[in-house]
Design a protein around this ligand. Structure first.
Ligand SMILES: *Cc1c(COP(=O)(O)O)cnc(C)c1O
Length: 474
């Protein structure tokens, strides 16, 4: 029989190396020029059309593919640009290419077993415990982001409430209910949905004038649910609410949870990063009382997408909510199937990539001081922008600025403000987004961007004023 062996490796390694180096240079060129040119560039129609071709039967080779990958480089969301102010996106760093290259080369599966990657993830989790005020023996996992972290944390909360019977029996007749502020992120209600509790079982508690959860309203809602025969089991405090950055009274929520025997979860997608800042840390004091915390590395800490973390104080609760080993995943004392920490026991995924590597490399490269300083700078910039808005008679600040988000508008008209934001995005000059504050459409400027300078904010305001005037005239 003729040897028809043909692996998927390159036929010519020298050519492949040249292609790979070319790709790396194209990526670095893009990163070095992150502040040049337009913020957002929509994908051109011809490029969209090329992306409707059928699955290739014959491969084109790495060299041809490198060109096609490189051609996509200008068409990101725009969040690497200093004037990207939309939603809550991290800006990334050039250092991200190093672990990306190494992770591709290792192709490690972080579901478990005894290998280098597992020890890296363990160290990253130890760092997170220390930074976030969780004990050394708490449970945790690196995940895709806060949405996944929330599902995992609330599953542990749900299952502990039923002494883990809900894993087998489901939650059919249980009527578990939880609470979050009306400003809480939609991923919390989605977690309730996915956990079979139903999104209505997450009560939206009204907020005070500072958009923080009203704790009297929380108490009243818990009492009303108990009186109706429901089972309150968790309260979600938000550290950095997505609309305007409010930080709930976490210590106050922790008190209520302790008194009511409820699980205290913190959504720290944005605010947890503030634990790296000496200025913000005192405002995030309730973290050390939380049963669980969900947060992101890819937002205010600028690790490349996607990267988040869940921490659960009661390691056993997290493990018992997920661990379920079949025979083919049995653990050994020695050999490849050894190792004390198998991530598969702490979350829903078996096969997992080496996300921990980019987080680990990022912390090693920059250190917590520089990351915290970038956060402080964004908070200062938010105050600078708010002060400029206050000086402009045509502009109105719509919410307090407790953190790094500024919500304002030009004049009174919702449609006009929407048009200003679309025009800004399409012009390529800046990319804020919009939200509603007390029913009014706001131009929303989120500053989680280590590349932004004060001059970028002045340019933004100048453009809003110019567009507001010219769109009103039209
Ligand atoms: C972004 C965000 C989330 C969701 O996090 P992902 O990482 O996008 O899944 C949850 N809560 C808040 C406050 C957020 O800003």
């Amino acid at each position: 029989m003729p040897d028809r062996f043909k692996s998927l490796d390159p036929d010519n390694w020298r050519d492949f190396r040249a292609t790979a180096h070319r790709m790396l240079d194209a990526a670095l060129d893009r990163m070095q020029g992150a502040g040049d040119g337009r913020v957002w560039t929509p994908l051109p129609p011809d490029a969209k059309a090329r992306l409707t071709a059928p699955v290739p039967v014959d491969g084109q080779g790495a060299d041809a593919v490198a060109d096609q990958i490189a051609a996509l480089l200008p068409f990101g969301v725009g969040n690497t640009h200093p004037r990207f102010f939309g939603w809550v996106h991290g800006a990334g760093t050039p250092g991200a290419v190093l672990p990306a290259v190494a992770a591709a080369a290792m192709n490690a599966n972080l579901g478990g077993r005894d290998h280098g990657g597992i020890y890296v993830e363990r160290q990253v989790l130890d760092w997170c415990r220390a930074l976030m005020g969780f004990p050394a023996d708490s449970g945790g996992l690196i995940v895709s982001g806060t949405s996944m972290a929330t599902i995992i944390a609330l599953k542990a909360a749900r299952d502990r409430r039923t002494d883990f019977a809900s894993r087998r029996d489901g939650v059919g007749g249980l009527r578990l209910v939880g609470y979050a502020s009306a400003q809480a992120h939609s991923c919390n209600a989605r977690a309730f949905d996915m956990l079979g509790l139903g999104s209505d079982a997450l009560r939206a508690i009204p907020c005070n004038d500072a958009f923080e959860m009203d704790l009297d309203a929380l108490r009243a809602s818990i009492a009303a649910d108990r009186a109706a025969g429901l089972t309150p089991f968790a309260v979600i405090g938000t550290a950095g609410a997505v609309n305007m950055g409010a930080i709930d009274d976490l210590d106050g929520i922790a008190d209520i949870c302790a008194e009511q025997g409820m699980w205290f979860h913190v959504d720290g997608a944005i605010g947890a990063a503030g634990r790296l800042s000496d200025r913000l840390r005192p405002r995030l004091s309730g973290f050390d009382r939380a049963d669980s915390l969900a947060f992101d590395f890819h937002k205010w800490l600028h690790v490349a997408y996607d990267a988040g973390c869940v921490l659960v104080r009661d390691e056993g609760a997290l493990r018992r909510a997920f661990s379920d080993r079949p025979d083919y995943l049995a653990q050994n004392e020695r050999g490849l199937a050894a190792g004390g920490f198998w991530p598969v026991d702490y979350g829903p995924e078996l096969s997992r990539g080496f996300r921990a590597l980019k987080i680990w490399a990022h912390f090693l490269e920059h250190g917590t001081d520089a990351l915290g300083a970038a956060i402080d700078r964004n908070c200062d910039q938010a105050q600078y922008l708010a002060a400029r808005i206050a000086r402009e008679p045509a502009l109105e600040l719509l919410a307090p600025v407790p953190l790094q988000i500024v919500c304002f508008r030009y004049g009174e008209d919702d449609a006009l403000n929407d048009a200003i934001v679309v025009a800004l995005q399409e012009s390529g000059v800046a990319a804020p987004s919009t939200t509603k504050i007390n029913g009014k459409l706001a131009i929303r400027v989120n500053l989680t961007n280590h590349r932004t300078r004060a001059s970028d904010l002045d340019l933004l305001v100048d453009e809003v004023l110019r567009l507001g005037e010219s769109l009103t005239r039209d």
